[in-house]
Design a protein around this ligand. Structure first.
Ligand code: PLP
Length: 485
């Protein structure tokens, strides 16, 4: 889009939002105010949460329509409700874009979130690998035809399957078999970690664990691992032990779409089933998708209503718009900048004495171990927030402070790269964060004892950092030209 077209689109979006807020305000002004306040907050802070981004006005506006009002359980052309022709159109376009964008054999665009996408994936793998062969052996078309005794046997078999996923403190996600999560309860689960010295994924150790445990499902993918994964190698391991390889690319799907991760680093040609969110580095609406080989497609397709509630047609429409954006050349430039900027951020910390898990990054995130500053992740996160820097605390491998207080903060570049930040701004960001951490001391409890939450940030630092951030943020405005009043 050229500059004149861009300016025209921005002016249209401005009036659309102004009018929408007026309509909302007439019913519940506090919601209109909170919505406007959120834009101001996002415009005025250094957003470094690795899982967040800024979707385009086109994506955001697509969600605010009457498509939301239609029930459409089922799949395209095969719905449990009448009158779904427009939802069929929307879902078909979104799925077509997803297939083309990722080179996938099959795309299911209904999941409401990343966790829902993972549930669909688990359920469909169980249905394909365990339920379908059992039904075939018993000569039944579906579970309703089974005797009570056969059903009970099948139910137990389904509940007796094994899942191997990356542990939370190595960077995996809760849904990869973490015991408190449903995934840890529906499967016999074991977890693989990273090398204790390098922090890197150890493929030999993973292979050894897989050989011993023999999982039905091997889950790869992560929330807080700052490195690329060789999915071809992980597929070899899965094949050797007869596991289905499921990759959760929720965090890095933007780098896959933008062709930063190709060949062995692109999970789609190697995994049987790939799940993702659509709102992180992919920069779409909040939601999830499942990509699958033809073999798994029929069971994935039954996600709704077997696992999911009715599809959100307005969100599927916004996914289609976001995927169309991600298929443009400009998205490849963006994705490469996300990865380059993460390197600049990492180097900015390392040159100032920072301690990074794995010693750096080659994706979109860095994991800074804040124990070097004598702080917990919780203390660092809140001190940074006081200075207008939004991050999230995160476990580091073998974290002594547990998953609540943690010893790290996770920082990602997708959002600020969308605003146009480049090398210099990310280096400056590392400098400002280091300044906050070096000037924060652990505080004490009210009774004067040691605290993992309390902290004291030296006077004047928060204002200094806010002023320096404002200079960068003003140069790279969020939704430039979009005015609500
Ligand atoms: N999978 C991974 C790897 C994630 O990092 C996340 C989000 O934090 C999810 C799944 C869950 O996504 P959602 O919040 O959309 O359910």
């Amino acid at each position: 889009m050229n500059a004149a077209d861009q300016a025209h689109q921005t002016s249209l979006a401005s009036s659309a939002y102004r009018q929408a807020l007026e309509v909302i305000s007439a019913v519940e002004p506090r919601i209109a105010q909170a919505t406007a306040a959120e834009l101001a907050d996002q415009r005025g802070s250094l957003k470094l949460i690795a899982s967040e981004n800024y979707a385009s006005p086109a994506v955001l506006l697509t969600m605010g329509t009457w498509l939301s009002d239609k029930y459409a359980e089922g799949t395209v052309g095969h719905r449990f409700y009448a009158g779904c022709q427009n939802v069929d159109t929307v879902e078909s376009i979104a799925a077509e874009h997803a297939r083309e964008l990722f080179g996938a054999e099959y795309a299911y665009v209904q999941p409401h979130s990343g966790i829902d996408a993972n549930l669909v994936a688990f359920w469909s793998i169980l249905a394909h690998r365990v339920e379908a062969p059992a039904l075939a052996e018993l000569g039944a078309k579906n579970v309703n035809e089974l005797s009570d005794a056969d059903w009970e046997t099948l139910r137990r078999t389904l509940g007796d399957q094994r899942l191997l996923g990356m542990s939370l403190d190595a960077g995996g996600h809760l849904t990869h078999g973490f015991r408190p999560n449903i995934s840890g309860k529906m499967f016999h689960q074991q977890q693989y970690g990273t090398d204790p010295t390098t922090g890197l994924l150890d493929y030999d150790a993973l292979a050894a664990k897989a050989r011993e445990f023999k999982p039905l499902i091997l889950v790869a993918g992560y929330s807080a691992y700052p490195r690329r994964v060789n999915f071809a190698k992980v597929r070899e391991i899965a094949d050797e032990v007869g596991a289905t390889l499921m990759v959760d690319m929720a965090h890095f799907s933007g780098l896959v779409a933008g062709k930063v991760f190709t060949g062995d680093e692109d999970p789609v040609p190697h995994a049987h089933v790939v799940t993702s969110t659509t709102h992180k580095s992919l920069r779409g609406p909040r939601g999830g998708i499942v990509l699958a080989t033809e073999e798994y497609a029929p069971s994935v397709d039954r996600g709704c209503p077997m696992v999911l509630g009715g599809p959100l047609a307005h969100v599927m429409a916004a996914k289609a718009v976001a995927f169309a954006e991600a298929r443009q050349d400009s998205f490849r430039t963006y994705a490469q900048a996300v990865a380059d900027n993460a390197k600049s951020l990492a180097e900015g910390f390392l040159s100032r004495g920072g301690d990074l898990v794995t010693g750096g990054t080659d994706n979109h995130l860095v994991l800074l171990d804040v124990s070097r500053y004598g702080l917990t992740g919780r203390q660092a996160e809140t001190a940074l927030l006081d200075a207008g820097v939004v991050t999230n605390r995160n476990s580091v491998p073998a974290d002594a402070n547990g998953p609540w207080y943690t010893s790290g903060i996770r920082l990602g570049t997708p959002a600020l790269t969308t605003r146009g930040f480049g090398h210099d701004e990310f280096d400056r960001t590392a400098e400002l964060i280091t300044m906050v951490l070096e000037n924060t001391q652990p505080g004490t409890t009210k009774a004067g004892g040691p605290s993992k939450a309390a902290y004291v940030l030296a006077d004047g630092i928060a204002d200094k950092v806010k002023d320096a951030s404002a200079e960068m943020l003003d140069k790279h405005p969020l939704y430039p030209g979009l005015e609500l009043s």
